[in-house]
Design a protein. Structure first.
Length: 319
């Protein structure tokens, strides 16, 4: 009798351990049995949306980054504000995020095939991977099994790195999330895609500091170009510039521009400020292959930052 109880106890402990370890760790075949078509559905949705609007891949990549840096990759960035709670998406750095409808579309198609199984956080991680690949960048296998969070606060978007950050502020922001300086340089390469509004870099081109009107680390002719796009009294709604010259192609142009002192944000340009990060910028500018390898490694690391407790039915509201 005592032996039977002991055996049951041990078996229960083994079961509990295996459940806990699947809950806490991501795996490549997470939906193999429960939703085998999930990756196909997400890729199809992202492809269709990109065919209509070339700005979609950049938006999806940035959405995933902003999700992972606040409360982990738990789709908290997708939740709508409700009652007196202002959600992350309505926080200052996130008002320019877009392409939320693509995640909604993918979620609808997935719920129709395998209801209640696939988290919004996983859909977002897959969509970011597809966005890079569709833009001519590398592909990779995404570990899955993230859970969606139940909390989203606009006030917490203060935790996102600012484009005015210096290298030690960037290092701190990344290391707090278990990310290294190599991850910082590789992931900043996400700025090979997309667009910036004048407001994100205007501090560099007007009244920079007491002695310089323009940030002296900016290439002078490039600074003049930015000034003409973003004059001090800007009248053009949504004025701004692409982050690199080939802003819908995922390539290593971003690093070449930094070396020419044509990085858009201070946070891009300061990657030249330490020998280690400067060497990595040169390496990625010289070898697109080295950039791709490092980017994939760092994306998997970033997109594995923990968060979340449930699988939401609707990506915009908690269950
Ligand atoms: C290192 C710290 C970072 C800072 C300070 C930063 C800051 C910014 C800012 C200010 C914008 C422009 C927003 C606007 O004016 O509309 C932007 C755009 C963008 N960022 Fe970052 N970012 C950082 C890292 C990253 C990372 C790690 C990724 C992805 C791996 C990323 C991907 C993007 C993309 C794709 C866009 C363009 C979005 C679009 O066109 O819709 N950024 N970033």
């Amino acid at each position: 009798m005592a032996l039977a109880i002991m055996v049951t106890l041990v078996l229960n402990l083994i079961l509990l351990f295996s459940v806990v370890s699947t809950v806490n760790s991501l795996s490549f075949n997470y939906y193999e049995k429960t939703c085998p078509d999930v990756e196909f559905i997400v890729a199809k949705t992202v492809k269709a949306a990109t065919a209509v609007d070339k700005t979609v891949p950049a938006a999806l990549l940035r959405l995933h980054f902003h999700d992972c840096f606040v409360r982990g990759c738990d789709a908290s960035v997708l939740l709508n504000s409700k009652g007196s709670n202002k959600a992350e998406k309505d926080g200052p750095p996130n008002v320019s995020l877009h392409a939320f409808f693509i995640i909604d579309n993918a979620k609808k198609a997935i719920e129709a095939t395998c209801p209640g199984v696939v988290s919004c956080a996983d859909i977002l991680a897959l969509a970011a991977r597809d966005a890079v690949f569709l833009s001519g960048g590398p592909g990779w296998d995404v570990p899955k099994g993230r859970k969606d969070g139940r909390i989203s606060k606009a006030s917490e978007t203060i935790q996102l790195p600012s484009p005015t950050f210096n290298i030690s502020q960037l290092q701190k922001s990344f290391s707090q999330r278990g990310l290294s300086m190599e991850d910082l340089v590789a992931l900043s390469g996400g700025h090979t895609l997309g667009f910036s509004h004048c407001s994100s870099f205007r501090n560099r081109i007007h009244n920079f500091n007491a002695t310089h009107d323009v940030d002296p680390t900016l290439n002078p002719s490039f600074a003049a170009k930015l000034k003409s796009i973003c004059p001090i009294k800007n009248q053009v709604k949504n004025a701004g510039t692409t982050l690199d010259a080939s802003s819908t192609t995922f390539d290593n142009t971003y690093y070449k521009l930094i070396i020419q002192r044509k990085g858009i944000f201070s946070s891009d340009q300061v990657l030249l400020d330490t020998p280690n990060t400067k060497d990595l910028v040169s390496k990625f500018a010289t070898s697109q292959d080295a950039f791709y390898k490092a980017f994939v490694k760092s994306m998997i690391k970033m997109s594995s930052i923990n968060g979340g407790q449930e699988v939401r039915k609707d990506c915009r509201v908690v269950n």
